[in-house]
Design a protein around this ligand. Structure first.
Ligand SMILES: [Zn+2]
Length: 137
């Protein structure tokens, strides 16, 4: 277990954050309605491991369905660097950080992160989507 502090940001840089992430703990991709369309590739961390450093004023919140998760995006560039919510079934409050929005992680470190897949589209989170979907998620 090697938790490190990473710096992340949106595309225009108005939203900046720090996150303490153990990349050895793996990451997630999912075929649910929002993960598919935003090509979400993320690591889940506890709220106290996430620090928003700038951009609160430009973040636009987005919620859907049961509104259990917030999916804020930068109002200037549209990039969605993280989500957060509180779902007791998956361990309570969390932040979900887009690994592609980390600025100081090497290509090799990202390549080495294991990926777990969830079939969120069918509300079947503990199982994987089809092999075909896994190839393009
Ligand atoms: Zn931005």
């Amino acid at each position: 277990m090697t938790t490190q502090t990473y710096a992340g940001s949106c595309h225009c840089g108005k939203v900046r954050f720090e996150a303490d992430i153990d990349l050895d703990a793996g990451s997630g991709k999912c075929n649910c309605s929002i993960c598919r369309k935003t090509r979400n590739w993320s690591a889940g961390i506890k709220p106290d491991a996430f620090r928003l450093l700038a951009g609160q004023d430009v973040l636009v919140d987005y919620q859907f369905n049961t509104s259990s998760v917030h999916w804020p995006f930068c109002g200037t560039c549209g990039v969605r660097p993280f989500g957060h919510g509180d779902i007791p079934e998956v361990g309570g409050a969390f932040y979900s950080v887009q690994l592609a929005c980390l600025d100081d992680v090497s290509a090799q470190a990202l390549a080495d992160v294991s990926v777990g897949y969830s079939n969120g589209r069918d509300n079947d989170w503990r199982n994987e989507p089809s092999d075909a979907e896994k190839r393009w998620l």
